[in-house]
Design a binder for this molecule. Sequence first.
Ligand code: GDP
Ligand code: MG
Length: 162
Amino acid sequence: MQATLALVGRPNVGKSTLFNRLTRSRDALVANLPGLTRDRKYGLGRLGGRDYLVVDTGGLGEETDAIDALMGEQTRAAMREATHLLLLIDGRTGVTAGDEALAAELRVMGKPVYLVVNKVDTTTPDAALAEAYRLGLGEPLLISATRGSGLERLIERVIPGP
Ligand code: GDP
Ligand code: MG
């Protein structure tokens, strides 16, 4: 079964940057795959010998403080379609109430959830890391989406060996 990774997180945590990185090698929109809607951004990627489909949940509202806005229809649909859920947080700001709300939603989906701490190029992630552990999603994965660091390790952790 095709691994389908949904990138979920508050606005500006770096979802689209990560999407572009993960799909760089095969920057193809796959709107013609059966069953996929054009409303979400899909891309195929390959890293660490693993093939995957990644979904960017860009359709979140502007009202960043409301949980309903965070969990917009696009995000919910992407979460339903996905086989794996990646919750991104911003390592500079640490864990926010919005991150906690998202974590709670993801935890009850019955799918593997991975916590991804992004932007570690800008900060010593120790403080964010300690908070991140408390979200109860296991060991956080540290990445820099802009630099592309930590991505192969992330994919190898999320998708079992080929
Ligand atoms: P999205 O709203 O979650 O899709 O976030 P974007 O991918 O649009 O990124 C929001 C901002 O964070 C942009 O200015 C990015 O350049 C920046 N950003 C994303 N990833 C990183 C990273 O790893 N390091 C740094 N320093 N900035 C990042
Ligand atoms: Mg985006």
